[in-house]
Design a protein around this ligand. Structure first.
Ligand code: SAH
Length: 370
């Protein structure tokens, strides 16, 4: 059974007709859902119907912590799913609006060598409703120093998880986020980032032609990409780059290539030259970012100054490029790090509680220490 937050208006109308409830309730219920209300809070819905709705899985996330950057206006939120899993989300302020970076899976199974999200594999896919709830709860909970509530104007699917490894839910999320009866966010304000699942990129041409497609490239050739990204064993650059070009050509939308500069791996002048020649002819922009070092990984980033010199090397060869602004560096760097720490703290607490239950006398201290 699909969760309530994932449901489309049409599906809700069908459900209401099965329940012999009037169809107009659908719009009322959708309005409540958008505001982050749970069935029991839906004031204008009769109690019997509220109870039927409450019996369905809901699909909401619950805010457990917000970290605010002291350097800039970035905030990182930790959300708990109904099954106790924890995910993270980042809200960034730009001149054009507020961008929310959301997770699409709890964990990730893509195995990129530099990424914290994949260290413990994928736990599960998020439903469309859970992704939507990340946006709704952020809007609901975010107040900034007494200012009016900040609204989310842009969404990037760049948190933990691989959106194209959770394809159906991601498409449904895009539908709900952009629909008139959903969050009404323009698809042009939504970016989806993928490590390069080629057949799905081709499907997006038909199924999501108005979004911004971002591709985590991180290498100028297969040899280097093989070292960083296991997906490259399956989908080679000879297939990935034409898929990116096909998306850009068919949709008229410029594709973004993300390139994390890793010291001594993909950052040489020769790499810049090779990258430029591979990307020539694709309507694209390269987003450079000095790798955020993850403590469990041995790879190191380059300095921002060096990233700018790499940018110049690309530009000199006619490739549009920029170095991504660094935001929220004081509230846990690379995505997935904070989640990993919280999940292991939570596991430790649960183990302690188990011990306490199993052996209340000798382990009583563990509980006192919490
Ligand atoms: N699975 C998707 C989206 C999630 S990762 C993807 O692979 O694109 C979002 C972006 O952060 C990707 O470009 C990813 O390669 C990058 N990233 C992950 N770990 C990083 C790190 N330690 N430093 C810099 N960028 C990183």
């Amino acid at each position: 059974m699909i969760d309530l937050l994932s449901i489309t208006k049409q599906e809700l109308e069908e459900l209401l007709s099965q329940w012999k409830e009037p169809r107009f309730r659908a719009a009322q219920i959708m309005d409540w859902l958008k505001k982050g209300a749970r069935p029991e809070e839906m004031g204008n819905i009769p109690k019997a119907l509220r109870e039927k709705l409450a019996a369905l899985p809901f699909g909401g996330v619950r805010l457990i912590e917000t970290l605010r950057s002291k350097k800039d206006d970035t905030a990182k939120m930790l959300y708990e799913l109904e099954d106790g899993n924890i995910i993270e989300c980042v809200l960034m302020r730009y001149s054009y609006g507020n961008t929310l970076c959301i997770s699409t899976q709890a964990g990730c199974r893509m195995g990129c060598a530099f990424c914290a999200s994949t260290l413990n594999g994928r736990v599960r896919d998020l439903t469309a409703g859970e992704m939507l709830s990340e946006v709704i709860e952020t809007e609901k909970n975010f107040e900034h120093g007494g200012e009016r509530k900040r609204t989310v104007t842009n969404i990037v699917l760049m948190g933990s998880g691989e959106p194209l490894d959770n394809y159906e839910n991601t498409l449904r999320f895009l539908q709900r986020a952009t629909a008139e009866d959903g969050l009404r966010i323009s698809p042009r304000n939504i970016s989806l980032s993928t490590c390069g699942i080629v057949p799905r990129i081709h499907s997006l041409i038909e199924e999501a032609p108005h979004i911004t497609l971002c591709i985590s490239l991180h290498a100028p050739n297969n040899e280097i990409r093989d070292r960083l990204m296991p997906i490259n064993a399956k989908w080679r650059m000879e297939e990935l780059l034409p898929a990116a070009k096909a998306y850009a050509d068919a949709t008229g939308r410029r594709v973004i290539f993300e390139y994390a500069l890793v010291d001594g791996v993909n950052s040489s002048e020769q790499c810049a030259a090779e990258l430029a020649s591979r990307l020539r002819g694709i309507n694209a922009h390269v987003n450079l970012i000095p790798l955020n070092s993850v403590k469990e990984r041995s790879l190191m980033g380059v300095s921002r100054a060096y990233a700018h010199s790499f940018e110049e090397l690309l530009k000199k060869r006619g490739i549009s490029a920029s170095v991504r602004r660094e935001l929220g560096s004081d509230i846990e760097g690379a995505c997935g790090q904070l989640r990993n720490r919280r999940m292991s703290e939570k596991k430790m607490r649960e183990n302690e509680n188990e011990n306490v239950k199993a052996n209340p006398e000798t382990n009583g201290r563990a509980e006192d220490d919490q």
